[in-house]
Design a protein around this ligand. Structure first.
Ligand code: NAD
Ligand code: UDP
Length: 339
């Protein structure tokens, strides 16, 4: 299939492009490089030994999107492009609602207008809010406490309504848990701008000496050791999940959790990282981060049953691959004051 991948130069998008190319699909990337670099396109090509078509465009711009759809016969869209920093979304809600929700509307409208029947959407476990774990796709969604999360809830709602009104359009909504790790080549991975918000890139930067110490946000949650529990999933497994979702997409709307089904605490992750990589990760226990929940992990039975997909890589390979990428990532040290 000819697949349009929006946000294909980003962290999850780039790994998914490689998985798609490996599975024999052709890839067109649309990315405005607002949170990624142009050389990722070359890296995708060099890893997969195949060419991709790249458009540097904003996918909330209808004219630019229609231009791509009119130039290529597209069979499916995977829509990754979005802003994703929770704190920033609280500061600039309008920017987030515009970028994330309008892009979804523009793309699904183009699918309707150009007769493209398959649409896969990047959603997030954040839509479950503070439900009981494990999170099951059929649960009622709870408030997400931030505009970023609301853009995912709204986009899901829009896609469900559009797909229900159009029998020719099939939509797969993928709710990711915590993607970590990197491609085994060490060429592509997660390289956030500035100081990382997420745990794994923070750990790798502390291990490398770019940052002094990790702050563990709270040790008084009702979890195994008091620190927050999350369902970490290797980005390569996540990428394969997209290929499975696309290739098995049948009529209607389908919602799937993409996680491992296993919860890991912050302290367990630090320990696993130190043991497999033989490095130290100095940390201190701090207060809770506002908006965080105790535990977040997936029920993965639906995706296994319906798509035959399950995550294969364990926590140690996630830690090893994240560290390999960090070591290869030759960017200048950030020199950030942490206090
Ligand atoms: P990322 O920032 O690395 O990738 C997103 C890409 O989209 C970037 O390359 C950026 O330049 C591009 N982009 C943003 N807005 C655009 C626009 N209007 N037009 C064109 N390109 C645009 O993020 P990621 O971690 O790869 O996340 C991909 C998707 O997965 C996002 O939708 C995100 O919300 C979702 N998600 C991510 C996580 C996570 O922890 N990384 C968890 C759950 C869901
Ligand atoms: N966390 C932490 N220190 C950090 C970043 C995150 O202790 O510098 C904790 C956070 O409180 C949560 C877990 O690590 O319990 C995962 O956080 P992340 O931001 O990576 O993912 P999310 O909270 O979005 O699931």
């Amino acid at each position: 299939m000819n697949i349009l991948v929006t946000g294909g130069a980003g962290y999850i998008g780039s790994h998914t492009c490689i998985a798609l190319l490996k599975a024999g699909h052709d890839v067109i990337i649309a990315d405005n490089l607002s949170n990624s670099k142009r050389d990722t396109i070359k890296k995708i090509e060099s890893i997969s030994k195949k060419e991709v078509i790249f458009y540097e465009v904003d996918v909330s711009c209808e004219k630019s999107v229609n231009n791509i759809f009119s130039k290529h016969i597209i069979q499916g869209v995977i829509h990754f492009a979005s802003f994703k920093a929770i704190g920033e979304s609280v500061q600039n809600p309008l920017e987030y609602y515009y970028n994330n929700v309008v892009s979804t509307m523009v793309l699904i409208k183009a699918c309707e207008n150009f007769g493209v029947g398959k649409f896969v959407f990047s959603s997030s476990a954040t839509v479950y809010g503070n439900n009981e774990v494990p999170f099951v796709e059929s649960m009622n969604l709870l408030p997400t406490t931030n505009p970023y999360g609301e853009t995912k809830v709204m986009s899901e709602r829009i896609l469900i309504d559009v797909a229900n009104s159009n029998p020719y359009l099939s939509v797969s909504i993928l709710r990711y848990f915590n993607p970590v790790g990197a491609h085994e080549s060490g060429l592509i991975g997660e390289s956030p701008n500035g100081v990382p918000n997420n745990l794994m890139p923070y750990i790798t930067q502390v291990a490398k000496g770019k940052l002094k110490k990790l702050s563990v946000f709270g040790d008084d949650y009702s979890t195994i050791d008091g620190t927050g529990v999350r369902d970490y999933i290797h980005v390569l497994d996540l990428a394969d999940g997209h290929v499975a979702a696309l290739e098995n997409l049948i009529e209607g709307v389908h919602i799937y959790n993409l996680g491992t089904g296993k919860g890991t605490s912050v302290l367990e992750l630090i320990k696993a990282f130190e043991e497999v990589n033989l490095v130290e990760v100095p940390y201190q226990i701090c207060g809770r981060r506002p908006g965080d929940i105790d535990s977040c992990f997936a029920d993965v039975s639906k995706v296994a049953r319906e798509l035959g997909w399950r995550a294969k890589r364990d926590l140690l390979s996630m830690c090893r691959d994240a560290w390999e990428f960090e070591k290869n990532n030759q960017e200048i040290c950030l020199n950030v004051s942490e206090e």
